[in-house]
Structures are given as structure tokens and as C-alpha cells.
Design a protein around this ligand. Structure first.
Ligand code: RIB
Length: 290
């Protein structure tokens, strides 16, 4: 089947810094790397590297043709990426020596995705395909609502977190992925536990503490593989892409989570975002301890 991903495409400028900057602080970076990023593009690359058929739906400006080429090189179908009259999205990322980051994004073309691009993509989708979105684009609610009505299985990655954006898609979502901070914020905003949202499967990522799956009639915890983190940027996107690819290959949820945890662990041990995502062979060959 196919994974249809409405997602952002960014140019990532990643700066290695001695510590994350505070308010009013000017800090000199020790390194700069440039590459493909965006929560959407990272998810598409991860799912494609995990051997899924992935169609990315999004937008870039004329300055973003290189990013579309890069997605294509990773095996992502780019036919439904529109070129619009906005600059391509970009992200300024500070990464500290522990691999922690803070990210500033300029949405640009990511919030100018034409409705026609979404419609043209979903016109090709088939019952049983998967549709996914994150919160860096326009049109998420319409995308997931239409996909659901067409008989697709739907997933939402609630990042960057905005409780209103989650609330707008909740009733059309089969799988919700968020981190523990976002889960607590969502519970506070809605006055309900994430396990009581009416969403069949909810995955709460907890960094080095692992993942909790609410679904299948209960809650189940998954210990994270242990690695030395160099750069955690894009780890959540990698996890989400690998989970969706695993489910698409009819893996049980527990197995899809386990594989995705290994992919995310390998990814945080290297610098970079989309270009640091491991392929399926690396993940299958990895021997990581808990
Ligand atoms: O999740 C990491 C991503 O967030 C980066 O690639 C950056 O582009 C921002 O979208």
C-alpha cells in the first residue's frame, strides 16, 4: 500500500553550539551543516528508507528544487510537491554537545500548499492506504478528514505541538504520535487522558525512557535502545516514519514500534536530519542494548 504524507520540507541549517542560547545571548557556533529537513520530509525519508512506498504532498519555492531532488533520491514520490511563489521553508537549529537542540522555523511554502495538490494526491489513493500529517503545514484537518472518508487509515504527528491543531483532527485520526510533554499539555487542554481520546492507537514517546503505546486494549511500555546521543534532531520524525512503514508492511504494532526505536536510536548517534536516517538493512543489522 502507499503512505501519503502531507508534510513540510525545510532547508536545515544546523549549528553546533557549546550550549543552547539563552534570551539576549549571542553565541558563536563551532560548526555548520546544511541539509534536507522538515518534520514532513524527515518522515517521508524514514518511511521510504524503511521500504514503504511514500508519496510526499507539500510545497517548495523555486529555491527548493534541490530538496525535491533529494527526496526523490531517497525513493520518495515527489509528483505532488507543488512549486509556489513563497520561499522554501527553513530551520535554524542549535545543537548542544549532549545532542539536545532548539529549532526556529520559517514556514514559507509549507503553509502555502495548494488545496489542488492535496486533492490531486488523494484522488490517486486507494482504500487501505495511509495518510499522515504533522503540524508544519496548512490543510491538515481537511487532508485527514478527506482521507478518512476515502477509507484510508490516518495518522497525526502532533509536532510542533498546538492543542487546537490536535483538536481539529482528533476525530479523524486512527493513530496519534506525540511526546510526553505534548501528551501532558494535551491532557491539560482537553481535560481527558490521552488514553480516553477515542483514538484507537496513541504512541507517547519519552526519549531515552522509551515509548508508551495506548491501544490494543491497554497500555504497553517499550524500553529505548541505549545509544550515545550526538544530535536528537529528527528522531521523532524517524520514529514516526518507521512505525508507519512497519504497519504498512502489516507488522503488529509492537514490532513496528521496536523497529522504529532502533531506527531513531541509530539516527541520534549521528549528526544531521533527513540525511542521517538509517535504511532498513542498518536497522535490521543493528545490535543495540537496552
Ligand atoms: O523534527 C526536526 C525538524 O524540525 C527539522 O528537520 C526542522 O526542519 C524542523 O522542521
Amino acid at each position: 500500500m502507499t503512505i501519503w504524507n502531507l508534510g513540510s520540507i525545510n532547508a536545515d541549517f544546523a549549528y553546533g553550539v557549546p550550549r543552547l542560547p539563552g534570551p539576549g545571548e549571542t553565541l558563536a557556533a563551532g560548526s555548520l551543516t546544511r541539509g534536507l529537513g522538515g518534520k514532513g520530509a524527515n518522515l517521508s525519508v524514514a518511511a521510504a528508507r524503511a521500504a514503504a512506498r511514500v508519496v510526499h504532498v507539500g510545497a517548495v519555492g523555486p529555491d527548493g528544487r534541490w530538496a525535491v531532488e533529494r527526496l526523490l533520491e531517497y525513493g520518495v514520490d515527489t509528483r505532488h510537491i507543488a512549486e509556489v511563489g513563497e520561499v522554501t521553508g527553513h530551520a535554524v537549529i542549535a545543537v548542544d554537545p549532549d545532542g539536545e537542540n532548539c529549532i526556529l522555523i520559517w514556514p514559507g511554502a509549507n503553509v502555502a500548499i495548494p488545496e489542488a495538490a492535496r486533492d490531486a494526491a488523494l484522488a490517486e489513493a486507494r482504500v487501505g492506504d495511509r495518510a499522515v500529517a504533522q503540524n508544519e503545514t496548512n490543510g491538515q484537518a481537511a487532508w485527514l478528514g478527506t482521507a478518512k472518508r476515502l477509507g484510508l487509515s490516518t495518522a497525526y504527528v502532533a509536532a510542533p505541538f498546538d492543542p487546537q491543531a490536535v483538536g481539529a483532527v482528533l476525530e479523524d485520526v486512527d493513530l496519534l504520535i506525540l511526546n510526553e510533554v505534548e501528551a501532558a499539555q494535551l491532557e491539560a487542554a482537553l481535560g481527558r487522558r490521552v488514553s480516553d481520546l477515542g483514538v484507537p492507537d496513541v504512541l507517547v514517546t519519552m526519549g531515552a525512557a522509551g515509548v508508551r503505546w495506548h491501544g490494543g486494549g491497554g497500555a504497553q511500555d517499550f524500553v529505548a535502545p541505549r545509544v550515545e546521543a550526538v544530535d536528537t534532531t529528527g528522531a521523532g520524525d524517524t520514529f514516526a516514519g518507521y512505525v508507519l512503514a512497519g504497519l504498512d508492511r502489516v507488522m503488529p504494532m509492537a514490532q513496528a514500534i521496536g523497529q522504529a526505536q532502533v531506527a531513531a536510536a541509530l539516527m541520534v548517534a549521528r549528526p544531521g536530519t533527513a540525511d542521517a536516517i538509517p535504511d532498513l538493512k542498518e536497522v535490521q543489522d543493528a545490535r543495540l542494548g537496552p
